[in-house]
Design a protein around this ligand. Structure first.
Ligand SMILES: C[S@@+](CC[C@H](N)C(=O)[O-])C[C@H]1O[C@@H](n2cnc3c(N)ncnc32)[C@H](O)[C@@H]1O
Length: 258
């Protein structure tokens, strides 16, 4: 049974904060403790807090959305999810593992950069993952690379984990390259990252990649990822693509600047 927490928002102060700077208070033993949305270690340590904050209060729908469009895409191509050997990067406490298990997959492997995520996944969703690695995908050692390759992944999922100082493009590229050619890549991304007016390196990489020869786009859908603390909808794109080939290290260097 997960615990109920007392959560408070400070709407006045929060208004002008970027999505990754947002914070809330959790009231514990009479004390108000300030926690940033991105202090995942602090959130995961408290059983049920992640679900209460993001999934109940802010109505996040992303793991079910990304799992559902992946399933629909496979159904359309008469391929079964039961064939999937999935790497779920930025797996956190296992929401995506659980969502995909519900559709039935062959293998489900989680990975995250912090140990607290693995511990929370084992605590909150035992059995969701066949294996769960704590690793930094921008600096994988040879042993970890060999271990990951041994799973022969044919699917990569990343949910609510790209951008905003979470998974950098280099780690994303590395993770895609663990997926076999013709394998599936399913993720979500804030809608503004696909907007041409966003000239950040991250945004440009994502746009170039989606429409590059390395991915065949099968499904792109705009949907409400969650509510902001002010109750406004935050829109994201959920996307399923098929990988055609490994993405070279100099992928961006070889692209014309637009
Ligand atoms: C918002 S949570 C999403 C968790 C889960 N996918 C879900 O949908 O509930 C983002 C997760 O990405 C992880 N993360 C951030 N940077 C990362 C990195 N460089 N490599 C792997 N995981 C990372 C965080 O630790 C956190 O667990």
């Amino acid at each position: 049974m997960s615990k109920r927490h007392r959560i408070k928002f400070d709407r006045k102060e929060e208004r002008d904060l970027a999505q990754d700077e947002a914070y809330f208070y959790v009231v514990e033993d009479g004390d108000e403790r300030r926690i940033r949305f991105h202090d995942y270690d602090e959130i995961y340590k408290r059983n049920g807090l992640y679900e209460q904050l993001f999934y109940e209060r802010l109505q996040c729908s992303s793991p079910t959305k990304v799992a559902e469009i992946l399933k629909r895409t496979l159904d359309a191509g008469e391929q079964s999810t039961l064939e999937l050997r999935v790497l779920d990067l930025g797996a956190g406490n296992g929401m995506m593992g659980e969502a995909l298990r519900a559709h039935g997959v062959s293998r489900m492997v989680g990975a995250d950069i912090i140990e607290e995520a693995r511990e929370a996944a084992h605590r909150d969703r035992p059995g969701a993952y066949d294996e769960y690695y704590v690793a930094d995908f921008t600096a994988l050692d040879a042993g970890m690379k060999a271990e990951l390759e041994s799973w022969s992944f044919n699917c990569l999922t990343l949910v609510a984990a790209l951008g905003f100082a979470d998974i950098p493009v280099e780690a994303f590229r590395e993770a895609i390259n663990f997926v076999q050619d013709d394998g599936w890549i399913a993720f979500n991304i804030k809608e503004t990252f696909l907007d041409d007016s966003d000239r950040s390196g991250f945004s440009r990489f994502i746009r170039e990649l989606i429409f590059s020869e390395y991915l065949d786009l099968h499904h792109l859908e705009r949907y409400r990822h969650r509510l902001s603390m002010e109750g406004e909808p935050l829109f994201y794109f959920a996307l399923v693509a098929r990988k055609t080939a490994d993405i070279p290290e100099d992928f961006m260097a070889a692209r014309p600047t637009r």
